[in-house]
Design a protein around this ligand. Structure first.
Ligand code: DGL
Length: 267
């Protein structure tokens, strides 16, 4: 294992391409580190998994990742995974700092004017005890609508690969986010799945009324930056150092091209 922080990469882990919405912010804020982006595409989508098998799968995967890459820190830009296994990962691998991604309920509760906020997430994230605890701790004065979407993560994967999306199908997924009550309307929708910011422009165009679509990507990147040791070399990594790894071992052509567009080597 290397002692030099700059030699050790940052791992960013998601079930698919959603974590790229956080990776792009992290690379801007942390230009002097190498990134290993890991997509558990063999397990995608996580939203439909039962909790115990998913917990075992992710902790098992990290045994291998940590031995192979010796990361300085690990970012989990995935709400569905973080709300389930963050504590397990921290106790299984106490020497590596983990930065999780959990629904941005606290900032939404602080910013709302109407008091009506919605959390748009995978079915897994909306049913987690972790999500309920966040509401109990930070948003008891708000009306919080939880919307678990079966299809949006897959739609985001298709959209970012250039496939056509049916407006009516997207609208059907986001419509339950919009609540009118006692003359007030939802004014904030928390994007509590890292895939969804890729669809934010589509959401804005189809929304029944304008809302703030809250994307926590930058805040997560800032948290990761705060945990890093200063880079002793003063040198930025050479272009092309960052890689993307797929648990299927076999990403298709459009996925490879997408990764290339993000400057990630899949070779
Ligand atoms: N990107 C993920 C999240 O933030 C999960 C999408 C999925 O695998 O269902 O929750």
């Amino acid at each position: 294992m290397s002692d030099k922080a700059a030699d050790r990469p940052i791992i960013a882990f998601d079930s698919g391409i959603g974590g790229l919405t956080v990776l792009r912010e992290a690379r801007v804020l942390i230009p002097d580190r190498r990134f290993v982006y890991i997509a558990d595409d063999a397990g995608f989508p996580y939203g439909d998994w039962e909790e115990e098998p998913l917990r075992e799968r992710i902790v098992g995967l990290f045994d291998g990742f940590i031995a192979k890459y010796d990361p300085e820190i690990i970012i989990i830009p995935c709400n569905t995974a973080s709300t389930l296994v963050l504590d397990d990962l921290r106790s299984a691998f106490p020497s590596v700092p983990f930065v999780g991604t959990v629904p941005a309920i606290k900032p939404a509760a602080e910013r709302t004017s109407s008091g009506l906020i919605t959390v748009l997430a995978t079915p897994g994230t909306v049913k987690r005890a972790y999500t309920r605890d966040l509401i109990q701790s930070f948003a008891t004065k708000c009306h919080v609508r939880l919307v678990g979407s079966q299809n949006l993560a897959r739609m985001a994967e298709a959209h970012i690969r250039g496939e056509h999306l049916d407006d009516a199908a997207v609208l059907a997924e986001i419509k339950p986010c919009f609540v009118e009550m006692d003359g007030k309307r939802t004014d904030i929708v928390v994007l509590a799945c890292t895939h969804y910011p890729f669809l934010a422009n589509v959401f804005r165009r189809l929304a029944p009324w304008p809302v703030d679509w809250l994307d926590p990507a930058e805040a997560i990147a800032r948290r990761a930056l705060s945990l890093l040791k200063p880079n002793g070399t003063g040198m930025e990594p050479e272009h092309g150092d960052d890689i993307a790894v797929f648990t299927s071992g076999n990403p298709d052509f459009s996925t490879r091209r997408l990764m290339q567009g993000f400057g990630l080597d899949t070779a």
